[in-house]
Design a protein around this ligand. Structure first.
Ligand SMILES: [Zn+2]
Length: 385
């Protein structure tokens, strides 16, 4: 067994309705704190699902500010604007309340507020100096797992994204409350849920940091996600299925925070960067084609996961691995999301740029069980077209 290092968020609360008690949770754990900042996006704020949490914070005597300017693929300017607000308001605690983008911005606000370090010097791995404000994360989609990862992705140019990866980005508390996810449309539920399954699958087959804790989490994550995704899509008000999805996505987040993702994510990023396709859908579009490419190197591990996703599959490791890939492909068809790149506006002429951009994702490609060349990447995109 390899040596390994495993970290995660120290305090997890999985409880339907927990957000309504957010003020009690904050005052219990941070009795000296008076001014809190909620970081979210305008769309989620409009749903009204955040109102009971704010009401409870105020009832507990806390001064609440809301920063709701987060947008998908958040640019650096949004982070700077948020930090400026937080400093002016002398915020003492940050609460990320939303999808991956809101939680990623919340992480950076927590480390940048009151710090003299520039954001531009934090990109990369382990470059954050000093401490951060107390940080609570509350996901409103079951997908990114950002509530338990030490990663924040920021858009730095027209299409380029940079990541800050540092232990300071692990939150103090993550809260999973299915009442916040009941309004998610079926297709968003499907794409984000498949993204979470990709986190588990890629962590399970990652080349350098595969470890027994992440393996265990990946299996349990897939059991929960696979077992509940159809129900969560077709009956979005089923709170038990929604809570299971949140828990599965969180477990997958814990696992890929320690056993990182690989070529599915590397090939998905340019689809999001250039064509603004949401992260979950970008992953789902290339997933079966990357798995087929990887199968010669990873069939044994895919066959192990097939015991969860395609339990009736029999025969050789190759046959069970193929059953896993077919089952994931059938899931995307069944839940009605796009399954071909051409359906999101990508054409043959775009494949060269996609392949070149994917090759820049060296941090991810280095984890892939099979080496990916530029020609391989282009062939995978062509298969997905
Ligand atoms: Zn992902």
């Amino acid at each position: 067994m390899n040596n390994f290092d495993f970290r995660t968020v120290p305090h997890l609360i999985s409880q339907i309705g927990a957000a309504k008690q957010l003020g009690d949770i904050v005052t219990q754990h941070y009795p000296g704190v008076k001014r809190v900042l909620i970081v979210t996006d305008g769309g989620f704020l409009k749903t009204g699902l955040i109102a009971p949490a704010i009401a409870n914070l105020e009832r507990c005597g806390l001064h609440v500010s809301v920063f709701s300017e987060v947008i998908a693929d958040p640019p650096e300017a949004v982070v700077h604007q948020a930090v400026g607000n937080a400093e002016k308001l002398q915020v003492e605690l940050v609460i990320g309340f939303g999808g991956g983008s809101s939680m990623d911005v919340a992480k950076l606000i927590a480390v940048l507020t009151g710090s003299t370090q520039a954001l531009s010097s934090m990109y990369g791995i382990g470059n954050v100096k000093g401490q951060r404000l107390p940080l609570i994360q509350i996901p409103t989609t079951a997908g990114t797992g950002s509530e338990v990862t030490p990663i924040s992705i920021v858009t730095t140019g027209a299409t380029t994204k940079m990541g800050v990866v540092a232990p300071q980005l692990y939150a103090d508390i993550a809260i999973l409350d299915a009442e916040l996810t009941i309004g998610l449309p079926a297709k968003v539920t499907a794409a984000t849920g498949i993204d979470a399954m990709v986190h588990a699958i890629e962590a399970y087959t990652t080349k350098h940091k595969k470890n027994p804790l992440s393996d265990m989490l990946a299996r349990q994550a897939l059991t929960l996600l696979w077992g509940n995704i159809d129900e969560a899509c077709s009956n979005g008000a089923n709170l038990a299925a929604r809570q299971a999805m949140l828990l599965g996505a969180m477990l997958a987040g814990q696992c890929f925070a320690n056993a990182p993702c690989a070529a599915v994510h590397a090939l998905a990023y340019p689809i999001g960067g250039i064509f603004h396709v949401p992260h979950g859908l970008s992953n789902s579009l290339v997933l079966p084609h990357v798995l087929r490419f990887n199968a010669p190197s990873a069939a044994g591990q895919y066959a192990e996961l097939a015991s969860i996703i395609a339990p009736s599959a029999q025969g050789s490791a190759e046959a069970r691995s193929t059953a896993l890939i077919t089952a994931m492909e059938a899931l995307a068809q069944r839940v009605g999301i796009e399954t071909q790149l051409r359906q999101v506006g990508i054409a043959e002429k775009d494949l060269d740029q996609l392949a070149s951009d994917a090759m820049l994702q060296t941090r991810l490609l280095g984890n892939n069980p099979r080496e990916v060349t530029r020609d391989d990447a282009r062939a995978i995109y062509a298969a997905a077209l």
